[in-house]
Design a protein around this ligand. Structure first.
Ligand SMILES: [Ca+2]
Ligand SMILES: [Ca+2]
Length: 410
């Protein structure tokens, strides 16, 4: 019995080294497996880091009516800007991040502006102040996204891995307003604005006398230069569309012009409405936007005879325009398809303006205004004459309570 007990007690000792060996082999295999798996993951991650467009930024502020366009500011107060980021890694990359144990990404912002000054920089919010500047200003924000991988663990020490960095930037432009006094006093201004007529004077026409508040000197002028003329102020219009630079007129930049937001909004809505009826227009051809009193009076234009002293053009809320798509020849297209290009083609556009103005009148919208059609325009230097339509946002009606309309044919 004693011998048998001894044999039973010795039995486990014989297998212990094997169990220990197998255990060590298993643990080493698992460790190598994890290392290999992680190494594979990081290698894949390095490749994934080259995925394009994974990190983007967008700026927002209350003043912006149309994304990607520069608002015509109607104040000189500070503008509150906020940047938002978008990280759009693929699901596979996100899984790799999880697998490799990445820390939460760090975001750094770098703000700058070419005019005015910024405060609150480096955070996702900043305050831009136009200060005493004029014209088009641009705020740029650059973002740096840093993804820090966990250290590569060795058997005896850990090795730091380089962080992955992504860059993105975005910008927002603004058109800074200037007063009439500032615009007139700027020695760089190449367009003489001149003196606005007094609405209540004895010589004033009927409408200025009834609505003198609509014939005041405009509150805001905007400086346009050769560099900033292409700045989009709405999806389909640039600030240069409203200035006094035409290939056939000898006016230079910089110039200060008046142009109002309701006018630009109205043109956008008119374009949208006409395209609903399959006119397929990418824009309108504006043959005249702002015209200063000095021009309207004929003082700075030879042979000028158009010139109404109370023209809406000098208040920045009127345009003369044609639709010139097919053929593109600087002349109004045959919109009614009768084979003749005349005032009736301008009336095709007027029909849509009537529809919009009826709605604006009902809504009390400041986009409501006057409109007139013409057989030929009144800028003698323009190489080609064309029927056209005048559209404005004067925001008052005629004595019958209807939008002001006129028709001027030869
Ligand atoms: Ca044409
Ligand atoms: Ca026609």
């Amino acid at each position: 019995m004693k011998e048998r007990k001894k044999r039973v007690a010795k039995k486990p000792k014989r297998f212990l080294p094997w169990v220990l060996c197998l255990g060590i082999v298993f643990l080493v295999s698992v460790a190598f497996g994890i290392k290999a798996y992680q190494a594979l993951g990081v290698e894949q991650l390095d490749r994934a880091s080259f995925e394009p467009a994974v990190f983007s930024l967008s700026l927002s502020c209350a003043e912006v009516l149309w994304q990607g366009c520069a608002p015509l500011l109607r104040h000189r107060n500070a503008v509150e800007l906020k940047v938002e980021h978008r990280i759009s890694f693929s699901t596979a990359t996100q899984n790799l991040f999880r697998q490799c144990g990445f820390a939460q990404p760090d975001l750094y912002y770098d703000w700058e502006t070419d005019k005015g000054f910024l405060s609150g920089a480096s955070s996702p919010k900043a305050r831009w102040n136009p200060a005493d500047d004029h014209g088009v200003a641009t705020v740029t924000v650059r973002g740096r996204l840093v993804l820090t991988p966990p250290p590569e663990k060795g058997w005896l020490w850990s090795k730091k891995r380089e962080p992955l960095e992504y860059y993105a930037s975005t910008r927002q432009s603004f058109v800074i307003p200037s007063t009439y006094e500032q615009a007139s006093a700027d020695p760089e201004n190449r367009l003489v604005i001149g003196t606005y007529p007094v609405a209540l004077s004895a010589a004033a026409e009927r409408y200025p006398k009834i609505h003198p508040d609509r014939y005041r000197v405009p509150d805001f002028f905007y400086k346009v230069t050769a560099e900033t003329a292409q700045t989009p102020i709405s999806p389909h219009f640039r600030i240069g569309d409203f200035d006094m630079c035409y290939p056939y007129l000898d006016y230079e930049y910089p110039q200060y012009i008046a142009v109002t937001v309701p006018l630009v909004q109205k043109l956008e809505l008119l374009l949208e409405r006409m395209n609903q009826d399959n006119h397929s227009l990418s824009s309108f051809t504006l043959i005249s936007g702002f015209r200063p009193p000095e021009y309207n009076r004929g003082s700075i234009q030879k042979g000028a005879d158009l010139k109404k002293p109370f023209s809406r053009h000098q208040y920045g809320d009127a345009v003369d325009m044609i639709i010139d798509v097919n053929p593109r020849d600087d002349v109004m297209d045959d919109l009614n398809g009768d084979g003749v290009i005349d005032i009736r083609d301008a009336e095709v556009v007027l029909k849509y303006v009537d529809e919009l103005d009826a709605r604006f009148l009902k809504e009390g919208s400041p986009m409501m205004g006057g409109a007139g059609v013409y057989s030929r325009h009144d800028i003698p230097e323009r190489p080609k004459q064309s029927p056209y339509i005048h559209i404005d946002t004067r925001d008052f009606t005629n004595s019958y309570g209807l939008p002001v309309r006129w028709r001027e044919s030869e």
